[in-house]
Unconditional design. Structure first.
Length: 260
């Protein structure tokens, strides 16, 4: 069954937490039983260049993050393959929940000024399809953010960010470095030591390629300049697919090649 047709984790069916100021506190995150039993070893390529969660690990991670303000950000990173800086620059107007698409065309600079810039590389400016479950979850998160803004006497401006610095500053981006460190600490509290927010991007690509999604499609989702970059990064998965293709091809000729 193609992964694109599989339902998202049940965690996305629950009411979303706030998406502003995504900094997890220690009490927000507790490791699920399946993680405590030692299922947190990373899936790596032979050269250790790619570190990714398995499907089971990803589900355990999201379950553990569910009470945390970091959950919406982690779910979006895992469900889109976006870079952390790209995710922090997303506005609510970039989401089309009816068409289930997300427009990724900006990036938060990892500097003290935290400027939002449009990438020079055309391939980094893209619109990708997202799972209806993720689109619906984000729609609910927007509604909750709007309610919180009303409570403090504000509202959501047209350029409001999905993950703003605070509810009082809806167009001010979070620090990439701070968000990254928050994710690392939250993952470590779930016994996923050594994992970073960028691992969710690798996970997205790894699971798609493992399920047979064309590398050109994965490359476009990731915003790579060309599929060659994707091939070089995930060459171990491509080699595995080639070996599988040889086995399938051989089975087609098994009867004809069998000795009499």
């Amino acid at each position: 069954m193609n992964r694109c047709n599989r339902p998202l984790p049940a965690e996305l069916d629950r009411p979303p937490r706030s998406t502003s100021g995504c900094v997890a506190q220690k009490a927000d995150v507790e490791a699920p039983d399946c993680v405590r039993r030692g299922s947190n070893r990373a899936n790596k390529s032979p050269s250790d260049t790619v570190k990714a969660f398995s499907q089971e690990q990803l589900e355990a991670l999201l379950k553990g993050l569910r009470p945390s303000p970091l959950f919406p950000l982690a779910a979006l990173l895992a469900g889109t393959g976006a870079r952390l800086g790209e995710a922090l620059a997303l506005r609510w107007i970039d989401l089309d929940h009816e068409r289930c698409t997300l427009r990724i065309e900006r990036n938060v600079e990892n500097t003290k000024k935290r400027r939002i810039k449009v990438p020079k590389n055309q391939s980094s400016r893209r619109t990708i399809a997202i799972h209806p479950g993720l689109a619906g979850f984000l729609r609910g998160a927007r509604a909750q953010q709007a309610q919180e803004a009303l409570k403090v006497g504000g509202g959501l401006p047209a350029e409001g960010l999905m993950f703003p610095k605070s509810i009082l500053e809806p167009t001010a981006p979070q620090s990439v470095d701070r968000a990254s460190k928050s994710l690392v600490r939250a993952f470590a509290r779930l016994d996923f030591d050594g994992f970073t927010g960028h691992c969710l991007r690798h996970t997205h690509a790894t699971l798609l390629l493992s399920d047979g999604v064309a590398i050109t499609a994965v490359s476009q989702r990731l915003g790579h300049a060309n599929p060659t970059i994707t091939l070089n990064t995930y060459s171990h998965l491509v080699k595995r697919a080639e070996d599988q293709a040889a086995v399938v091809a051989g089975s087609l000729l098994a009867g004809a090649l069998a000795s009499e």
